[in-house]
Ligand binder design. Sequence first.
Ligand SMILES: Nc1nc2c(ncn2[C@@H]2O[C@H](COP(=O)(O)OP(=O)(O)OP(=O)(O)O)[C@@H](O)[C@H]2O)c(=O)[nH]1
Length: 337
Amino acid sequence: MTAGTSPSPTEQRETPHRSGFACFVGRPNAGKSTLTNALVGTKVAITSNRPQTTRHTVRGIVHRPDAQLVLVDTPGLHKPRTLLGERLNDVVRTTWAEVDVIGFCLPADQKLGPGDRFIAAELAGIKKTPKVAIVTKTDLVESEQLAQQLLAIDRLGKDLGIEWAEIVPVSAVGAEKMGAGRSPSSDGGGGRGAGQVGLLADLLVPLLPEGPTLYPEGDLTDEPEQVMVAELIREAALEGVRDELPHSIAVVVEEMLPREDRPADKPLLDIHANLFIERPSQKGIIIGPKGRRLKDVGSKSRKHIEALLGTPVFLDLHVKVAKDWQRDPKQLRRLGF
Ligand SMILES: Nc1nc2c(ncn2[C@@H]2O[C@H](COP(=O)(O)OP(=O)(O)OP(=O)(O)O)[C@@H](O)[C@H]2O)c(=O)[nH]1
């Protein structure tokens, strides 16, 4: 590259710095959490192939020389069946009204359905916020199917009176491999700017208002560490459980304390966490024969927690029954909803 191709310091200064909030919406499993992780370049939102696993509003922060993009990952909007369901929908709507740009995620490999139309109709009601339609998982389809999807989304917008700021196809797969689940000390953002995902950030940034950086450089999320640790445990507990059980699991980290009397070069963090289920009958499933499943959940999540916090961890995990917690306002508050 010749010296003349890069912008001079004066030119750089003339580009206004932008900062603001974006959120990804879309039906369960649309790929919102994966996209957040790929953009931020580390594992901040939990992902799983089970729907509705993102309960907390997780912010991932993308730092760039020209902008700071704060990603708010909301749970999926769905027909509420419980008090928890209603609360989640309220969280979603409030978030939508507050952000600077909304990314509507639609998987490339699935035809637009009633779930997408339900969300789109809600989006149409939020006039001021620019909306970008993001076609996710493009690696799963041929170009013909992708073209059909792009047309269908264009039509959907016209039908409902939504003017898409952009319609952009992405695959998070390559970027995800580079960024997520790695030790935070390794590079602090391997997936950031990777291929198509970087392109998506390029499209989102101009839609943000001009403004200063909102978070210190290096911060990847403002989610309290305890919440992220709880999410990692819940993610491990969800692996391989079926039917309604995923929705019955909640994890609360009670305490995180450095072990006393440890030499400075051999620290150990004691984490005490409770895994709540709704009925005594679910206990056996979670604990497994001879406690093997719970042990597995502990050791898997411990690895992720150690990578996240950058320190060895002793994880003390207990299973408790909080009877019908999803329907009980007092219990919901206690469990952080
Ligand atoms: N092949 C492929 N799979 C993807 C891509 N993005 C996400 N997935 C997979 O799709 C599934 C759902 O992804 P998530 O990111 O958890 O979806 P979500 O929209 O956050 O889901 P909820 O939390 O349930 O709302 C996971 O198994 C991902 O690995 C992609 O670009 N390509």
